[in-house]
Design a protein around this ligand. Structure first.
Ligand code: COA
Ligand code: MG
Length: 334
């Protein structure tokens, strides 16, 4: 081809196609969710790392009632916490309860993730955390490392897993300091078990001296940095917690913003947040329908040797086809 549409043209094109499609469809609720995501379909070697991680739900590991309650929820990811959701004098209890829960409970489709204490919190805490996981490591799908600032933090956990002969447990890195943000490239490029970067907004704000506002403008740089680094390395990105957990309007605004920026999912801390997050972090039906239409037309035109064609009076060529592939890849994961 002599030229491809620029990103701006593509974005305009997909916007106008989506609005055409919406007006044709009865399902017209929800925010515009056609943001350009990473090339899911072209990174098939990485698809095993990709499972739906729309809701990443935190449960304090020391709270037996909440642990039991969480087991009854429909979750993509349950994070059993040893870190900041647990008081210092309750850490031994958290280790014991989490190990028992992992050993004895049925998690169904839910990913079992344990948030350990940060590497820089000191050898004592982390070695006790990892020791508690040793007997149940085959039931730990992923380990979430908080306050990651370099690839060495992930290497520490990878070495532990390797020393145990473990090949399957994945790593999530929570980036929540200024150093973490400026080291994103290093973390994403070098950490080979890394499946997701989780953005920790409150620790980040405290570290940088940010005053939080409901509009989240003060976090735009860091959130965009997370999504961009993840996209560059085929890693999933998980957005901040809505701390105002009784405020659904705020949660909806945050979900729309995170989804439009390109995040794959969002953290939750309260059961009431779960349905709204699911709703916003999967492609809406009208987007899936449009993507399906584009792919069907593409295949039939390709057979005739035609690369560019029109749908509803709008030109469709390679960038839109890649967009449609990504939408369908994501939809088929769910
Ligand atoms: N996991 C499991 N169950 C939870 C839960 C959670 N994170 N948050 C609330 N619940 C349960 C409560 O136990 C309660 O169940 P019950 O009625 O059977 O007792 C129900 O949901 C309603 O909870 P509610 O009374 O509205 O809230 P709360 O005052 O019990 O708890 C928080 C509010 C914020 C303390 C609680 O949601 C929490 O601890 N969240 C996790 C915080 C966290 O992990 N922070 C660190 C990571 S960012
Ligand atoms: Mg934190």
């Amino acid at each position: 081809r002599s030229h491809l549409p620029t990103c701006a043209m593509w974005s305009q094109l997909s916007s106008s196609l989506i609005s055409t499609s919406r007006s044709r469809s009865s399902a017209s609720s929800g925010a515009s969710r056609h943001s350009v995501r990473r090339s899911y379909a072209t990174k098939t070697s990485q698809s095993a790392r990709r499972r739906p991680r729309r809701v990443v739900f935190n449960v304090p590991g020391s709270d037996q009632r909440k642990l039991q309650k969480a087991l009854g929820l429909d979750l993509d990811v349950m994070v059993l916490d040893f870190e900041d959701g647990v008081a210092m004098n309750q850490k031994p209890l958290a280790r014991q309860l989490v190990a028992e829960t992992l050993q004895t409970s049925e998690f169904g489709r839910t990913e079992r993730t344990v948030r350990i204490n940060s590497i820089k919190a000191g050898e004592d805490l982390i070695s006790m955390d990892l020791a508690a996981l040793k007997p149940v490591l085959n039931k730990v799908d992923s380990i979430l490392i908080p306050k990651v600032e370099s690839a060495a933090d992930c290497d520490y956990v990878t070495s532990f897993l390797e020393s145990q002969g473990n090949k399957s447990t994945r790593i999530f890195a929570c980036v929540e300091t200024a150093r973490g943000i400026v080291s994103l490239e290093d973390i994403c490029r070098k950490s080979n078990r890394l499946d997701a970067i989780v953005f920790g907004s409150e620790d980040y704000s405290a570290d940088v001296g940010i005053t939080r506002t409901p509009g989240l403008e003060e976090l735009l740089f860091a959130r965009s940095a997370v999504v961009t680094s993840c996209a560059a390395y085929g890693i999933q990105s998980i957005d901040l917690v809505c701390i105002d957990f009784k405020n659904n309007d705020q949660l909806i605004k945050e979900c729309q913003s995170g989804s439009n920026l390109g995040f794959d999912g969002k953290q939750a801390i309260h059961p009431n947040q779960i349905p709204l997050i699911y709703q916003h972090f999967k492609p809406p039906q009208h987007t899936i329908d449009l993507a399906q239409r584009i792919m069907n037309e593409y295949k039939s035109h390709l057979d005739k040797g035609v690369g560019a064609f029109a749908i509803d009076g709008k030109v469709i060529d390679m960038p839109m086809i890649k967009w449609a592939e990504k939408v369908l890849f994501k939809a088929n994961l769910l």
